[in-house]
Write a protein that binds this ligand. Sequence first.
Ligand code: NAD
Ligand code: DAU
Length: 348
Amino acid sequence: MKKILITGGAGFIGSHVVRRFVNKYPEYQIYNLDALTYAGNLENIKDIQKHSNYNFVKGDIVDEVFINELFSIHNFDGVLHLAAESHVDRSIEDPLAFVKTNVIGTMNLLNAAKNQWKNNFEGKRFYHISTDEVYGSLGAEGLFTETTPYAPNSPYSASKASSDHFVRAYGETYGLPYVLTNCSNNYGSYHFPEKLIPLFINNIINNKPLPVYGDGNYTRDWLFVEDHAIAIDLVFHEGKNQETYNIGGFNEWKNINLVTLLCEIMDKKLGRDTGTSQKLITYVKDRPGHDLRYAIDASKINKELGWKPSVTFEEGLEKTISWYLNNEEWLKNVTSGSYKDYYKKQYS
Ligand code: NAD
Ligand code: DAU
């Protein structure tokens, strides 16, 4: 029996990872550690909460004493670290919150793992989940590879870059066995509606403006979240220690083209006249320091581990939109804030 710690498992990507691990690996005990910030929602994983190999721990990775105690009680065999402050716009408003969780929180986990494992690293692994934003911005050409120099532009990406460097440094200095992945923009179910795709789906449903930043000619490389979870599973089990892997969708879209497609699909699904949702598009003030383009070269993970996205963007977007339309209750609970009552009902 292996004890695996997954941090941030009540968030968007973390909930998909926790679900996959709990269902696929009954031989593991999964510990989901989450502080349940505004982004954490236990409704995201309510389908697995009664499984015998699932355990929820409410706690803050910034709390060093708590993290050390947790590791000494459980002596985890592996850590998958996803907990983070994840929204670029919020990082512009409150950078320190990002340093606390993304840098100090990661340091606390690294220290706890190093001290608990006491140089006996056999069978142990620390997996740090990171972002392509650490590489900064591309121009019109080229792709991010694993050797692209770090050049983060937002407080969010600077905090993630810093945590990546600490992970690598713990590997070099103390021999901590780690794997690290840098992934492109995810989309799918349980995505908090502050991010582009779920925000715009929610606004279209409610006939609210769609705020496109700047001229809308910014490019992102979109990956279906369940394909990210498959990649994470693969890297955790088959990736090489002290290696970095880029994960991406081979799927670049200019924001304005993506929003136009979203509007077309939503009009059809909602039975509205073609062009109705497009009228909601409103160009607004640009995000400061807005990165022009992200695009991932995911050939290393493809060649070494055989991973590639399993769904096309059209399929993934269709599934995603259908999910939000079939789960309006989830959206309502999140936008009204009442999802916070779920923890109280289940755990207190
Ligand atoms: P999210 O904001 O949806 O979820 C983050 C989770 O972490 C929440 O459940 C939250 O409660 C928890 N958390 C936050 N601060 C915490 C703390 N101090 N202690 C314990 N738990 C805390 O984020 P996400 O979009 O699912 O991203 C997960 C990870 O993947 C992050 O590390 C992010 O940088 C990375 N990532 C995200 C994307 C993306 O497109 N969303 C792409 C690449 C990488
Ligand atoms: O690339 C990976 C990153 O993708 C992750 O590390 C981050 O955690 C995740 O939030 C995401 O960052 P982005 O800033 O790319 O995602 P966001 O959904 O906030 O924005 C996507 C694009 O859409 C970006 O160019 C900004 C633009 N945008 C966003 C919002 C919320 C708008 O034009 N209007 C909006 O209202």
